[in-house]
Design a protein around this ligand. Structure first.
Ligand code: NAD
Ligand code: MG
Length: 385
């Protein structure tokens, strides 16, 4: 029996994780589930899975959670520090599926208890990659990547032969505006931007996919996870989302991982690792897919790609600034305060205006994150005015 905690259990990745573990009750036992505000969904999942603990990050929702779980013996708690405390309680396997840097401290808490921590939540790795990796090494935690591209690379990357890897090739679907001109993108609505052609995901990552900032964040994520010079990580457009990424070796061999565009495959890989487990999806039908297309991404229409590459190359605080400004800009776009093209413009502006020393500790990262959010928030106000 593996004990499982899901941080962000009510979201898209959290729900996919629950779907898999509920199919194998003899193999997985739910320890704790956490959510931000969705009491009904959290309580229902906690009851179904007989979780021991349910935590709601927004403390004002705790009375409602208590009421929803009255008569059960599920322990209830509320507040961000309770999410961290629960992450630190020693489940064998923790899914980090909170969205954004709100997941940073819970991820650190999970890492510090030394079990297996599965990272869907990419923003903490972008902002605080070095701090998280150092803590994982120190506490003997195992980090596994659930992001489909990084899971694909993990499956193809022979760590013992890292010096023989020539390139990592990250694939990108290109999002809903892959073929749109910049002018056409100027007027897009949040509804158009969240409608991803291949994947069903939470709102924030769907917007990131539309701007291609998601691939920029994933570039930085790959650089954190795999020991290879950053100029050897390339991005290629592959509209079918069948190949989830590739690793090329110096002898000309390129290894790819293929699968349906469904997060349950990479999550299952992390759930069972180093074993394998069944998933309910139909096998990949390559004959009906028929063809796989590839093209180079367009850096002019998708400036987020170059911003992320520059932040990665500059290092220090820049990836944390990139991520924080993007979170603010995406939230403002979803709230209809700014236009679609202003997302990347606000990120670029915040990166230009703010140049603090490289953060060494979690507290340093959180300070950079807070200040970058403040600066990006000022630009949002300028756009609204
Ligand atoms: P989502 O919006 O569907 O779910 C987010 C979850 O986090 C919810 O359970 C929510 O309650 C919780 N949450 C939100 N804000 C919180 C806060 N302040 N404190 C505590 N909990 C909070 O998001 P998602 O699409 O499941 O994505 C989660 C993470 O996984 C993101 O970092 C995303 O980039 C990454 N990811 C998602 C997918 C996907 O297919 N959805 C694929 C790869 C990576
Ligand atoms: Mg991905």
């Amino acid at each position: 029996m593996k004990t499982v905690t899901i941080l962000g259990a009510t979201g898209s990745v959290g729900s996919s994780t629950l779907d898999l573990i509920e199919r194998e009750p003899d193999r997985f036992e739910v320890f704790a589930l956490t959510a931000h505000r969705d009491v009904a969904k959290l309580a229902a999942a906690a009851i179904r899975t007989r979780a021991r603990v349910a935590v709601i990050a927004d403390e004002t929702c705790l009375p409602a959670l208590r009421e929803a779980l009255a008569g059960t013996n599920i322990h209830c708690a509320g507040g961000p520090e309770e999410v961290c405390r629960t992450a630190d309680l020693g489940a064998d396997w923790t899914m980090a599926a909170i969205v954004g840097c709100a997941g940073l401290e819970p991820v650190m808490a999970a890492v510090e208890q030394g079990g297996t921590v599965v990272l869907a939540n990419k923003e903490p790795l972008v902002s605080a990659g070095d701090v998280i990796l150092a803590a994982a090494a120190h506490h003997g935690a195992t980090l596994l990547p659930a992001d489909s591209e990084h899971n694909a690379i993990f499956q193809c990357f022979d760590a013992a032969q890292a010096g023989r890897v020539r390139r990592i090739i990250l694939t990108a679907s290109g999002g809903p505006f892959r073929e749109w001109t910049t002018d056409q993108m100027r007027g897009v609505t949040p509804e158009q931007a969240v409608a991803h052609p291949n994947w069903s995901m939470g709102a924030k990552i769907s917007i990131d996919s539309a701007t291609m900032m998601n691939k920029g964040l994933e570039l930085i994520e790959a650089a954190r996870l795999f020991p290879i010079p950053t100029d050897r990580i390339e991005i290629i457009l592959h509209r079918q989302s069948v190949i989830h990424s590739m690793v090329e070796y110096i002898d000309g061999s390129t290894l790819a991982q293929l699968g349906p565009p469904d997060m349950r495959t990479p999550i299952a890989h992390c759930l069972a690792w180093p074993d394998r487990m069944e998933t309910p999806m139909a096998p990949l039908d390559l004959v009906s897919i028929g063809r796989l297309d590839f093209e180079a991404p367009d850096p002019v229409r998708f400036p987020a790609l170059a911003l992320a590459r520059h932040a990665l190359d500059a290092g220090g605080a820049k990836p944390a600034i990139l991520n924080a400004a993007n979170e603010i800009a995406v939230a403002a776009f979803l709230a209809r305060q700014i236009g679609f093209l202003e997302i990347a413009a606000i990120v670029a502006d915040t990166l230009d205006r703010y140049d603090p020393p490289a953060p060494d500790t979690l507290d340093d990262v959180l300070m950079v994150d807070t200040e970058a959010r403040r600066l990006a928030g000022e630009r949002v106000k300028d756009c609204v005015a």
